[in-house]
Design a protein around this ligand. Sequence first.
Ligand code: 5GP
Ligand code: ZN
Length: 113
Amino acid sequence: MDNCIFCKILREEIPAQKIYEDDDLIAFNDINPAASVHFLIIPRTHIASLMECEKSDQQLLGKMLLLAPTLAKEQGCTDGFRTIINTGRVGGQEVFHLHIHIIGSKDRLPAMI
Ligand code: 5GP
Ligand code: ZN
């Protein structure tokens, strides 16, 4: 997708602090971190949001979710972390390329709705 900012990161047209990559996924630090640890896991395939996912994406979604604790621990989140997937306008999604936020801190994160 030409104008998708995360596709541009995937094509290395804009820089990002990558912390992981494989054939299906990459993970990089959020440019505007909400806590001391804040990174995003995205698929290499452009999928706009969770609402566009299909049955054929089941394995990819599972891989994204399972990567979260592995990378979170590597980033120092030994006592837990938060995963967020904002979906669509109501969900507050700003970048329409599927991504999981992983957010962690030394202290308990504030409650959220
Ligand atoms: P959303 O609201 O779509 O779930 O969150 C998008 C996230 O992408 C935001 O936390 C925002 O800070 C992050 N983001 C937006 N543009 C860039 C960018 O160019 N580079 C990086 N590393 N993160 C970005
Ligand atoms: Zn994209």
